[in-house]
Design a protein around this ligand. Structure first.
Ligand SMILES: Cc1cc2nc3c(=O)[nH]c(=O)nc-3n(C[C@H](O)[C@H](O)[C@H](O)COP(=O)(O)O)c2cc1C
Length: 162
């Protein structure tokens, strides 16, 4: 029986790796929405996950630095390739430019979306664990001074949608 058919019997784990808090906030939002949809869902920092036994599906996300997932998140996926490949997995990446949101103004965001590729690890993860999907989100910023974003703190709340 598929995860979609099992509904409330499906236990989901949302795992995240963050440097400055945005990815955790997005992971919390994903967890809340899954629970609202009737799916029992746990939320853990990736470095606090000791086992994925007992979970039927996973949502894993990482902040992006230097066009790659954070080392904790990358290592987590690489060390559990077989276990992850055996389950439905959704991935998300949090950077300065998401699919529909950005730190930057609309023009800069448009140019950056055209120029940039996915984080380096995603192609490897697609081959290794065949995730159901990968989504890109922008992190939040506290304030914008000139053209440079102030990297968000864990309490930042403003995501600019452009
Ligand atoms: C050292 C460093 C490197 C970064 N490299 C990138 C990058 O290569 N591409 C990008 O779009 N954003 C980059 N960013 C922006 C972060 O991805 C963005 O701030 C994101 O919201 C961080 O998520 P977090 O708050 O969960 O750590 C970088 C930020 C830092 C601090």
């Amino acid at each position: 029986m598929s995860v979609e058919q099992r509904g409330a019997d499906t236990r989901v784990l949302v795992g995240y790796a963050t440097a400055h808090g945005s990815t955790r906030r997005i992971a919390e939002e994903i967890r809340d929405r899954l629970i609202s949809s009737g799916l029992p869902t746990d939320l853990l920092a990736i470095d606090a996950i000791s086992s994925i036994r007992g979970y039927d599906a996973l949502v894993l996300g990482s902040a992006v630095q230097n066009m790659a997932w954070l080392p904790d998140a990358t290592t987590f996926v690489q060390r559990r390739t077989a276990d992850l490949a055996a389950r439905p997995v959704w991935l998300f990446s949090v950077s300065s430019v998401g699919a529909t949101s950005s730190f930057f103004g609309p023009t800069v965001a448009r140019v950056m979306r055209k120029m940039r590729n996915e984080p380096k690890n995603i192609a490897e993860f697609r081959r290794a664990i065949q995730p159901r999907d990968h989504r890109a989100f922008a992190g939040a910023v506290d304030e914008i001074t000139g053209t440079l974003p102030v990297i968000c703190s864990s309490n930042s709340s403003r995501v600019v949608t452009r």
